[in-house]
Write a protein that binds this ligand. Structure first.
Ligand SMILES: Nc1ncnc2c1ncn2[C@@H]1O[C@H](COP(=O)(O)OP(=O)(O)O)[C@@H](O)[C@H]1O
Ligand SMILES: [Mg+2]
Length: 633
């Protein structure tokens, strides 16, 4: 069933149930109310009947013709099925149907038998010829010589269904008026001595619920019977217009009126004698308050019933909707939340074949596919991660390889460069060395020959000699650089090698030389000539760095682990940071007349010895070169 059908079904079902219950309750209530009403009605009729019949019998029991006529008249009233009068032995003496007149029913009718036995009124509900009847059987007493004696039995049968269909409160008032009028016909037409009886009747009936008052007027408008005895004997013809009307038109009259602040529905019925003369009027006042009370009661019942029905309807609707609509939706919502929180294993139970069921099914399918996709993604992700890691390590390897290649390349480049320079240098060097030697000898010869000649000649000779020396030095550097000869290692006292180096250098006067040469120093394992070359280079650089102003050159030797170390500290210009790693490159120089090979050559020598050269420097303060040579064993 679809949700729409479900909802419609729920509503229709609820309506049917509620209407069913409502109708049942209403019918129950209605029939209760009606039964109650009918019983009152019937009692009222019986009371008046017993009075009437009693009076008739006492006055003129032989007047059976009249009795039969009365019975017939009563039986013709709306809702009254049958009126029967029995004599004290149970023989029917009057019957509204004329059916049973003269027949003895004492042994036939249970109720007649009961009344004869007990002397009391007997009421019961019986079904006769398919009609539901309320039967009221009562004894008729008569005063005889100061004693009450049963002179007969009356029976009034009321058709409950008929009365329920026809009788309203108005009818009730009219009916009452008719019964009273019937009574009065006889009483008023007979004699005036029956007025006590009349008053009793008015009072008796006036006690009935809803009846406000019963007033009997004679044909002149004088009150001859009054429930509350107030107006007894008074002539009201001038006072009451309705009374005047009824006396004049001889027709019944009904109206709503207010008497002494009480709202009444009053019914006036004319009373006629046997010879059709108007002999009086009876007025029955029904309390409107009572009527309205009845109406209000009915209204309240209906209201209450409506409210109850509504309540029941809502309850049923909610119950049905809850089970078929709300509960699954709530379940769906809670599962959705769980799934949203990440628990993809949740599923919605499918409990119906309607739209909600469909929704649940497609929701489950969706979740299923999300779960699958999620799983796929997860594996894919894992794969990706592995691949990534692999890539990363490959990358690292590549990078390392790259670095190696780069270093190798650099080295190669350097070596190539050095090799080229070396070739060039050795070629040029060899070519220039001999001519320079010849020049030097020539200058020496001239110096010998021209000793006493003038100063100018001597000065120029000196310049020539100096420049030849410089050139020789450069050529030596070049050759030394290209000649990557393997050092001839031997244990050498390093202090001595330093002294030799110092001896071959002219230290300017403005440079103070300080030497802290360790006395118990082990021999260094090295090539004496090459080491000297290195020290000359470093000392020359230090002196050049201090320039015109001079400064202090401090030389210190000491043992450093497995090395013998010589430190050369100057107070010169210092080396800017960006130049520190270029110092040992061939041809790196900051000097106008330098060629930048000194440190490159020194570095090569020390490396071939298995030693190290370290530098610390501060611009403007000075530089220290530390040269480590392996210790001789
Ligand atoms: N003690 C030092 N103080 C300052 N600078 C120095 C020192 N020693 C070397 N240098 C720097 O290193 C460069 C290279 O020195 P070197 O290889 O001997 O070549 P050159 O002396 O021909 O310039 C020098 O030009 C100079 O700038
Ligand atoms: Mg130099």
């Amino acid at each position: 069933m679809t949700l729409t059908k479900k909802t419609i079904f729920a509503i229709v079902f609820t309506l049917i149930v509620v209407m069913g219950i409502g109708s049942l309750v209403m019918i129950q209530r209605q029939s209760n109310a009606l039964t109650e009403k009918m019983q009152k009605e019937s009692n009222l009729l019986s009371n008046s009947m017993s009075l009437t019949v009693g009076k008739l019998m006492s006055d003129n029991f032989d007047n059976r013709g009249y009795l039969q006529k009365m019975t017939e008249k009563l039986g013709a009233l709306p809702g009254i099925n049958e009126v029967i009068v029995y004599d004290p032995k149970g023989t029917v003496i009057a019957d509204s149907d004329r059916e049973w007149i003269g027949q003895s029913k004492a042994q036939v009718f249970e109720d007649v038998k009961k009344v004869l036995e007990t002397g009391k009124t007997f009421q019961d509900v019986e079904t006769v010829e398919g009609k539901k009847l309320y039967s009221n059987t009562f004894p008729i007493y008569m005063e005889k010589g100061g004693k009450n004696e049963i002179v007969g039995i009356g029976e009034v049968n009321v058709d409950l269904v008929k009365i329920a269909q026809t009788i309203t409160l108005k009818d009730q008032a009219n009916l009452l008026a008719s019964v009273v009028a019937l009574n009065l016909e006889k009483v008023l037409s007979d004699d005036r001595g029956g007025r006590n009886y009349l008053q009793r009747l008015a009072e008796e009936i006036g006690k009935t619920e809803g009846v406000s008052e019963i007033i009997v007027y004679d044909s002149d408008g004088v009150v001859i019977g009054d429930t509350d005895r107030k107006w007894l004997g008074q002539n009201k013809i001038n006072e009451f217009e309705d009374l005047r009307n009824v006396l004049k038109t001889k027709k019944p009259h009904q109206e709503y009126e207010t008497v002494e602040g009480k709202a009444l529905y009053s019914s006036l019925v004319p009373i006629f004698s046997e010879d059709k003369n108007l002999i009086g009027v009876v007025e029955t006042g029904m309390s409107l308050e009572y009527i309205e009370g009845q109406i209000a009661q009915a209204r309240n019942r209906i209201l209450l019933l409506t409210l109850l029905s509504l309540g029941a309807m809502s309850f049923l609707m909610i119950l049905l909707l809850r089970k078929s609509v709300l509960a699954p939706i709530q379940k769906l919502t809670s599962v959705t939340k769980q799934i949203a929180a990440g628990d993809l294993s949740q599923r919605v139970p499918i409990t119906s074949k309607d739209e909600i069921g469909e929704l649940a099914a497609s929701f489950n399918a969706m979740t299923e596919s999300i779960q699958d996709k999620n799983e796929e993604l997860k594996t894919f992700n894992e794969e990706l991660q592995t691949t990534n890691e692999e890539l990363k390590s490959t990358n690292e390897e590549l990078e390392a390889a790259n670095e190696e290649i780069r270093e190798t390349q650099e080295k190669l480049l350097q070596q190539e460069k050095l090799a080229a320079v070396g070739q060039l240098a050795s070629g040029v060097g060899h070519e220039l060395r001999n001519p320079l030697g010849v020049l030097k000898n020539a200058v020496y010869f001239l110096k010998m020959k021209l000793t006493s000649s003038d100063e100018k000649v001597n000065k120029h000779l000196k310049i020539m000699e100096h420049e030849i020396d410089n050139s020789t030095k450069i050529i030596n550097d070049l050759l030394g650089f290209s000649r990557t000869r393997k050092p001839a290692l031997a244990p050498n006292p390093i202090n001595d090698v330093i002294k030799e180096a110092l001896a071959s250098i002219e230290v300017p006067k403005n440079v103070v030389l300080s030497q802290e040469l360790s006395s118990d120093l082990p021999n260094a394992m090295g090539d004496r000539d090459q080491l000297r070359q290195v020290f000359i280079n470093v000392i020359s650089n230090a002196i050049q760095a201090m320039g015109e102003t001079g400064g202090m050159l401090k030389i210190r030797t000491h043992k450093e682990g497995n090395f013998v170390e010589a430190d050369f500290s100057d107070t010169g210009s210092g080396i800017p940071k960006e130049n520190l790693n270029k110092l040992f490159d061939p041809f790196f120089t900051t000097k106008s007349r330098g060629i930048g090979l000194g440190l490159a050559v020194s570095h090569g020598i020390i490396e071939r010895h298995g030693g190290k050269i370290k530098v610390t420097s501060q611009v403007g303060k000075g530089t220290t070169f530390m040269i480590d040579v392996p210790m001789a064993q």
